[in-house]
Structures are given as C-alpha cells and as structure tokens.
Design a binder for this molecule. Sequence first.
Ligand code: FMN
Length: 203
Amino acid sequence: MENNFLKAMQFRHACKLFDENKKVSKNDFDFILEAGRLSPSSFGVEHCRFIVVQSGDLKKKLMSACYDQPQVGTASTTVVILGLKEDLKPGSEYVQKMFKRWQMPEEKYNAMLGFYKFMVDQLDITWWSISQCHIAGANMMTSAASIGIDSCPIGGFDMKKVKDVLGVDSNKYTVGLIIPFGYRVNEQRGKIRLPVDELVEYR
Ligand SMILES: Cc1cc2nc3c(=O)[nH]c(=O)nc-3n(C[C@H](O)[C@H](O)[C@H](O)COP(=O)(O)O)c2cc1C
C-alpha cells in the first residue's frame, strides 16, 4: 500500500549511529516537538515534559548514563521525555488547573475530579506517566521520519544517572523515554516483524 504515513513508518528504524556533522534545523525540530505537544494523554493532563539536549558535553554525559549507547552521543539532538509524578496525584493543584481549562459546569468538574481520583488511585503513577511518554515519543519519531529525520527510542538507561546528569527532582518526575534525533550513517536493515495473521485476531 502506497501511503505517506506508512512510508514514514518504514523509514523510521532504531538508528544506532548518527552523522555528527549533520544537524537538525530549528524549524524541523519545532515540528517534531509539536507532534509531542499535540499527542493524546489520559484525562488530558499532559504528563510529559521535554528536555532538549543539544550541548555536546551534556549528550556525552547522557550517553554514559545510557550504557554508552553511541546513538545518544552522536545525535544532533537528544530529547529526554520526563513524566510528571507528584503533580498527578489526585487533588493536586496541577490536576485542578488542567481540568479547569475545559470550562465545565461546576458539577461536572467535581465529578471529573472524583472519577480521576477513583481511576488514578488504582494505578502506579510512575508507570502511568511513562506509558504517556511513550505515546508522545512514538508520535515524535514518526513525525521526524515523515521529514527524513532518524531517531532511536532509548529505554536502556540508568534512571538515577540520567536524573543526576540533568538535575531532575525524583519526586516530581520520572524519566519516560530518551530519543536521539539526527541523520543516519548506515543504511537500515529491512523491517523484521511478525506477519499480520500472527498479530491480529478478528472476532
Ligand atoms: C520503549 C523502547 C525502548 C527501546 N530501547 C532501546 C535502546 O535502549 N537501545 C536501542 O538501540 N534500541 C532500543 N529500542 C528499539 C528497538 O530495539 C527496536 O525498535 C526494535 O528492535 C525494532 O527495530 P526497528 O525499530 O528498527 O524497526 C527500544 C524500543 C522501544 C519501543
């Protein structure tokens, strides 16, 4: 099937090494960040925050916190997606602020806050937040691919070291995903995926 979205999906691969001489332009990076910003989030409370690392020194420190994976240090720009923790607790000022934006009638607003508490009390907030970072990250990677920019999702990192490198407050944030962006050095291998009939069941 010829389709621009699927072409971008084929183009995106877990890029292991970036060309250090090729930089992603500000315009292109703003486009990628916009895809992150417009991503959906549970209850619309926008769990993700984005730290955009461009400094070579900081990228190398991050690379070391990612078990020396070269893509983190050779990328043009490496984004660390943080997930909120403390602010997401039911009853927090942040959650109230996020719900107030919808300008619901008072009764509905209170019912929403109650439902939020009912749902979130059953969750592990840290993992909930991480899952939202993965959604934003996926959209950022596919949007990047649509304009010929490579990326690699990085889940292989030492959480404590990444937080130390960036001075992140552990009570406020978890690290959801790290994504280096740039331009590939090597051609990608073909896509390896299970066939549709092993993945999909119609009922
Ligand atoms: C949440 C997540 C974490 C990942 N962490 C790493 C990582 O730390 N290093 C890496 O090289 N690839 C990482 N990958 C990439 C996968 O290995 C890769 O997507 C998979 O093998 C399929 O290859 P493709 O993306 O090139 O099609 C990660 C992928 C996901 C979704």
